[in-house]
Design a protein around this ligand. Sequence first.
Ligand code: ADP
Length: 269
Amino acid sequence: HIGPLQTDVSHAEFKAGVVLFFRDLTSARRLEAMRADFVANASHELRTPLASVLGFIETIQGPARDDLKARERFLEIMKGQAERMKRLIDDLLSLSRIEMRAHLSPTQTVDLASIVAQMVETLSPLARERNVVIEARFPDRPAVVLGDRDELLRVAENLIENAVKYGESGGKVDVEVAHAGPSHGEAGPHIVFDVRDYGPGIAPEHLPRLTERFYRADAAQSRDKGGTGLGLAIVKHIVNRHRGHFDIASELGQGARFTVTLPEAGASR
Ligand code: ADP
């Protein structure tokens, strides 16, 4: 309805309303564009290994039909591609499960130090394989937060695995859980979980985008290492649901540092 302005709405307020309305539209459009982008990316990530599998099936049925050795080799490659698709689908499902619960705050009390210790143990074979030493430090009293055990295990897994994968081969990874005071402008005690490697680090232009789905600093390297490009997006979503903060700091050639800060549970504030 376009008519004379009502007397109780000033011109300025009316204009503000119009501006807000336009801004809402742009953010809705941006969301829609992001969703479309996500579907395009996910489809592409799945299509590539699938095309490779189909190609090898045709080769096995055709030219390589009687070449047992080649067939063995192709089957091995197909298995690798199928595993890649499975990892991707598992990560997509995790992400959508976490998103569905985004509005629910976790209510269980858990000891973050024991969760991180468990993951350091789980990842020690991978570290040995890469000749990386994980040095872990834990506080002398429990580091209690309100959290979902499986989700926090996932956070620890993604960050420590990345440090082992992308850090320096033959180098070390520092993992620490510690008590801290007020943080990010929030009063009260906090628990800080920190993972640090001394590898090539991350160029500054990539830093702000690393938690976007499918964003990789080096796509070929990530795929080579079996990455889906979803790990840090999953970490960010889990940390947000836990009302925490996720910070990444890095300089090229100086390694990278990933820090999760959560409010300590049961502490008076
Ligand atoms: P991916 O499955 O590719 O590892 P992530 O979301 O876990 O996906 O990480 C996104 C990108 O961030 C990686 O592809 C890599 O380029 C970069 N990255 C993550 N961790 C590190 C690290 N410790 N050192 C250097 N680069 C890293």
